[in-house]
Write a new protein. Structure first.
Length: 310
């Protein structure tokens, strides 16, 4: 009986010893793999500079700098360790032109055999949604070639061919820049006394509050979410002024349109005012053809808002 018990303990000890040796072997193999992948990514790490052009029309989008670096991420593992280290590629992309914008990509991969890399990131927007962007390409010695795109709008992607430690160039991207644009409509209306008054309405399209990430996204997406306000002035001696903010505004570059709406309550009822505009740029005239309607009163005004400087 004692021999059987002793043999049983020896058998259990052998199992435990073998399991520990196996775990150490697996752990060593995993560590070697992590070190190998990190070395592969480190070999391509550095700053790559050049210019980016539109894949749609070849127009220059701006001077571009991409900084590639290695990263280590912790991820869930199905084995008994619970977690595992995972080598990853990260990139910081900077564009210089009318506006300077930058964005970070993390958690990407690099294949040392094909020299292909890809990194995806999500950008939160002002309206609460997120847009996914991707940078991908191939490494060829001391240069990288590829493209950046918003995944929902591949037609607006940008292409690049950058050189490691190359000179930083200057560029002027054709972009919806971060600034406030003002437009005014002048009209004749009858006052309370029946006399004609010169009434002005100002349209302000404000993109200046947009974050650096949204500025970057704006280069690769036809959709913007500017803050739009309408200010109504009366032409009488009181100079009365009413400002209305369009809280849900969207500019679409594909249709060159601007739409917005806002809602308010009165005596328990909800009313909505909507703005629909089309951009007009020809014969030296810059502005918007707009129509403003109210759910209770119907059309409020329609006409042309001409660009002004302030």
């Amino acid at each position: 009986m004692k021999m059987v018990l002793r043999s049983g303990w020896i058998f259990l000890l052998l199992i435990v010893t073998f399991s520990c040796a196996k775990d150490r072997t697996i752990e060593s193999w995993q560590n070697e793999r992590v070190a190998e992948k990190l070395a592969q990514i480190s070999a391509i790490s550095g700053s790559y500079n050049g210019t980016m052009v539109s894949a749609k029309n070849g127009a220059e989008m701006g001077a571009m700098s991409v900084k590639l670096a290695s990263d280590v991420r912790i991820q869930d593992n199905s084995d008994r360790t619970g977690t595992a280290l995972s080598p990853a590629l990260r990139a910081t992309v900077t564009l210089n032109g009318n506006e300077r914008s930058s964005i970070s990509f993390q958690g990407g991969f690099y294949n040392s055999e094909t020299h292909f890399f890809k990194i995806t990131t999500a950008i939160p927007t002002e309206n609460g949604s997120t847009e996914k962007m991707e940078i991908s390409g191939s490494v060829n010695g001391d240069s990288i070639e590829g493209e950046i795109a918003a995944l929902d709008y591949p037609d607006y992607s940008g292409k690049f061919n950058l050189v490691r430690d190359g000179s930083v160039t200057s560029g002027t991207p054709t972009t919806f820049s971060n600034r406030i644009e003002y437009f005014v409509m002048t009209r004749q209306v009858r006052g309370i006394d029946g006399k004609l008054e010169t009434n002005k309405v100002k349209l302000a399209v404000d993109s200046s509050y947009i974050t650096s990430e949204e500025t970057f996204l704006g280069l690769f997406s036809p959709i913007r979410t500017p803050l739009v306000t309408l200010t109504f002035w009366s032409g009488d001696e009181l100079g009365r002024e009413v400002t209305m903010s369009m809280r849900e505004s969207i500019y679409d570059d594909r249709t060159v349109s601007l739409r917005g709406k806002t809602s308010f309550q009165d005596s328990g009822d909800t009313y909505t005012t909507t703005l629909d505009c089309l951009r007009q740029i020809h014969t030296g005239v810059n502005g918007w053809n707009c129509r403003i309607t109210n759910s209770a009163r119907g059309p409020i005004l329609a006409g042309f808002f001409e660009a002004i400087s302030e």
